[in-house]
Design a protein around this ligand. Structure first.
Ligand SMILES: O=P(O)(O)OC[C@H]1O[C@H](O[C@H]2O[C@H](CO)[C@@H](O)[C@H](O)[C@H]2O)[C@H](O)[C@@H](O)[C@@H]1O
Length: 413
């Protein structure tokens, strides 16, 4: 989040203190670089430009000077070309106004004095307090040619970011226990979570040693524009990505470009395509449906907290609410039509033709003597195959069938 109205005081830049110059010469000077170059196959051209870049960023050691006294002249010249930031404090403060300030500090010769033995280049408590104060105001990183753990053992401030081995190994603070380093240090890799969410860390290739790290808005090549954060969380650039650096990610404004080139590789990270997935899967595929039904829960606050814009990975300006499933209405079952011949047969029952049925039987055949108490009533039986008759005729037939058993008695002589 952009911090407005932050004023940098001279005490905040106490890190700009000077130490003895020129530094004492030790064999350890370029050792780590050589080791690193041996481990990583960068090629002679890259290693050459890397060393040139390192030489250009620091004045030469007195004993390395070709002519006695040349180092002093070189130093003066170097100091003239690299003036102290404190001398231009007002201009710096004016330039930083309304912007997100991140502080990148060197270790040897900046936070610690240059000493003969590299293992004794400890930092004073006074300097540690000053750095702590800076880190409380701005995201603060230490970028060193030393290995990261060594720098941390000197600085011992968990709230900082550490870029060791000339920016090839970067960790930052985190509260996540999974990222605890073995010896109790708390680190997290690569990103700067305190920065506005559309900023990401870009690591310059070793050849540009003097500009090891920079932070730029992802969607604005060249570092301009403080737009709305076009890249989804999780996009990052691997440290040590060798190549030329041009802008930040190339295609400004493109939403999910999987892109490689310009020294950066940005990997788009998005939701997995869900197949099925039950209620949640359907809801995610359908997208937000907040307009329907009762109001849902408040959208998840964005990376800037409750006051900031809602988290909106779908980019639809509505947050990513997952709507509650609509209640399913129970459908009334339609009664199944059953053909008469499929109806359940009632068991045969013995009984008498009563009242009207008996009268009907008599009417049909007056000769019929229906002795009371001996009639058997049969029910419709399933019509045989090929006996297809219309329903009306079938009903008639059934009626007849019902009385047929009553006629089985012998006719009167
Ligand atoms: O990027 P830096 O943090 O400045 O580290 C550069 C080198 O620093 C160390 O060497 C320098 O400091 C030593 C202790 O003061 C000093 O003895 C040596 O002469 C300096 O070159 C460190 O030992 C190197 O590994 C770093 O590359």
């Amino acid at each position: 989040m952009t911090k407005h109205g932050v004023v940098i005081g001279p005490e905040d830049v106490a890190a700009a203190r000077h130490f003895s110059f020129p530094p004492p010469r030790t064999a350890a000077g370029g050792e780590s670089c050589r080791k690193l170059a041996a481990q990583v196959d960068l090629g002679p051209a890259v290693v050459g430009s890397w060393l040139d870049s390192m030489k250009a960023s620091s004045p030469r050691h007195r004993l390395m000077a070709p002519v006695p006294g040349a180092a002093d002249a070189e130093h003066d010249d170097w100091m003239e070309r690299h003036p102290s930031a404190l001398d231009r404090f007002d201009a710096l403060a004016a330039a930083a106004k309304g912007k997100q300030v991140a502080v990148f500090l060197d270790y040897d010769g900046t936070l610690s004095p240059i000493v003969e033995d590299p293992d004794r280049a400890v930092m004073t408590d006074e300097m540690r307090d000053a750095v702590r104060g800076v880190a409380a105001r701005f995201p603060t990183a230490i970028v060193s040619g030393r290995c990261r753990d060594k720098v941390f053992s000197f600085v011992r401030l968990a709230e900082l970011y550490y870029a060791g081995s000339h920016g090839m190994d970067i960790r930052g603070p985190t509260a996540d226990a999974n990222h605890h380093h073995g010896n109790g240090k708390v680190y997290r890799r690569t990103t700067f979570p305190n920065l506005h969410h559309h900023h990401r860390l870009f690591v310059f290739p070793p050849s540009s040693h003097s500009r090891k790290l920079t932070v730029r808005p992802c969607n604005a090549p060249g570092g301009g524009g403080g737009g709305g954060g076009a890249l989804p969380a999780g996009e990052r650039v691997p440290a040590g990505d060798a190549g030329g650096v041009r802008g930040a990610g190339g295609q400004g404004g493109a939403r999910h470009p999987g892109r490689q080139g310009g020294g950066q590789q940005v990997l788009p990270v998005g939701p997995l395509p869900l197949r099925g997935g039950g209620v949640l899967g359907r809801a995610l595929r359908a997208g937000p449906r907040r307009a329907e039904g009762p109001p849902g829960p408040a959208p998840h606050p964005g990376p800037q907290g409750a006051g900031g814009p809602p988290h909106d990975p779908l980019g639809q300006g509505q947050g990513a609410g997952v709507p509650a499933p609509r209640p399913r209405l129970r459908r009334r079952r339609r009664p199944r039509r059953r053909l008469p011949h499929l109806r359940r047969r009632r068991p045969h029952r013995r009984g008498r033709l009563q009242g009207a049925a008996r009268a009907r039987a008599r009417r049909r055949d007056p000769r019929v003597q229906v002795p009371q108490g001996h009639q058997r009533v049969l029910h419709a039986t399933r019509p045989r195959r090929g006996q297809g008759v219309p329903a009306q005729a079938r009903r008639r037939q059934r009626r007849q069938l019902m009385i047929r058993p009553a006629i089985r008695f012998p006719f009167p002589p």
